[in-house]
Design a protein around this ligand. Structure first.
Ligand SMILES: Nc1ncnc2c1ncn2[C@@H]1O[C@H](COP(=O)(O)OP(=O)(O)OP(=O)(O)O)[C@@H](O)[C@H]1O
Length: 303
């Protein structure tokens, strides 16, 4: 560990090296995906997560509720959710159903009006250094270089040291921007800006990463590349993640488990037993399409 408290992490030689080359599809894919969709009971009690093999979940959302105004309607309405350490869970739902509010509760940016959020067994009482948040837009400062934007979580607390700068460079290399560290955000593409935001979220060595539709504004190909980057980084670091999206295919590609939210409640949840690392051909596999169809049905049913 360096003097700044951030252990160096090994940059990979290039992005996506753990995945099969495009065009080389895995012939056993369909067989391995045969039982990909494992829907839970949609009728209330079944949405409570099954036992985690006797292990306490890393993230435990326990009957959490939230109202923006005391007399207002609950925007989050009694949600129970458990995320095991190292799992990626996705949250789907129509605009305004309360996804961002739930994510802010999980980040400690809002405190629940009822119930509790536990991270690693301890109740969350506010923002926590173990949690990294990636917002809908990259929220970078235009007048700072990519490197200084990644360093921001440190600079806001104290003067960065040489080791912090080195750690920031390593994180930029991890997201494929090692050569663009001195560029300012207006000199970067939208996808590159999203990568800087991801590198910044990794600065604090978070155990839990929370994503609020971070790729929504990107074109389809860039979005798929960033999904692969995210999966690679989470696998490399053993990160636990909660990812909010409107995009059903994105949720199925990323998630071990996907939940559908409507009017402040979880109305459907299903486990996805798809292979990891995700093969590129997965998006064209019948099991992938079946999972998307089930989720679409759940969203349509939720109105
Ligand atoms: N600060 C706030 N004060 C009062 N109401 C709010 C506030 N923030 C959000 N809301 C309301 O809470 C509801 C849920 O908002 P939220 O942003 O959580 O939804 P969402 O599912 O993330 O939507 P989107 O997909 O459009 O981002 C909406 O009706 C919204 O108007």
């Amino acid at each position: 560990m360096d003097e700044g408290g951030t252990p160096p992490i090994r940059p990979s030689a290039s992005l996506g090296t753990t995945f099969p080359a495009r065009g080389k599809e895995d012939p056993g894919l369909a067989a391995r995906c045969a039982n990909a969709v494992a829907p839970q009971d949609d009728e209330g009690a079944g949405l409570r997560q099954p036992a985690l093999d006797g292990q306490a979940p890393f993230v435990a959302i326990e009957n959490a509720s939230y109202r923006y105004r005391p007399a207002g309607p609950p925007i989050v309405d009694g949600i129970d959710w458990a995320i095991p350490r190292g799992a990626i869970h996705c949250l789907l739902g129509r605009s305004g159903c309360g996804k961002t509010t739930l994510l802010k509760l999980a980040a400690g940016l809002l405190l629940p009006s009822g119930g509790a959020i536990r991270i690693g067994g301890a109740a969350l009482g506010g923002p926590d250094p173990r949690i990294g948040f990636v917002f809908q837009t990259p929220t970078l400062l235009d007048w700072l270089s990519a490197l200084d934007n990644v360093l921001l979580p440190v600079s806001l607390k104290r003067r960065p040291r040489a080791a912090d700068r080195e750690a920031a460079r390593e994180r930029l290399a991890l997201v494929g921007l090692g050569d663009l560290a001195e560029r300012r955000p207006p000199e970067l593409s939208g996808g590159q800006q999203s990568r800087v935001a991801l590198a910044r979220a990794l600065m604090g060595e978070p155990d839990l990463l929370l994503f609020d539709e971070p790729f929504a504004a990107l074109d389809a190909i860039t979005r798929e590349e960033l999904q692969d980057d995210l999966l690679r980084l989470c696998a490399l670091r053993g990160s636990t993640a909660l990812f909010v999206t409107h995009d059903i295919a994105e949720a199925v590609y990323l998630g071990d488990r996907v939940a559908v939210m409507a009017a402040g409640r979880i109305v459907h949840a299903q486990d996805l037993d798809l292979p990891r690392p995700r093969p590129h051909g997965l998006r064209y596999d019948p099991a992938f399409a079946a999972a998307c169809r089930t989720l679409r049905g759940a969203m349509d049913g939720a109105g």
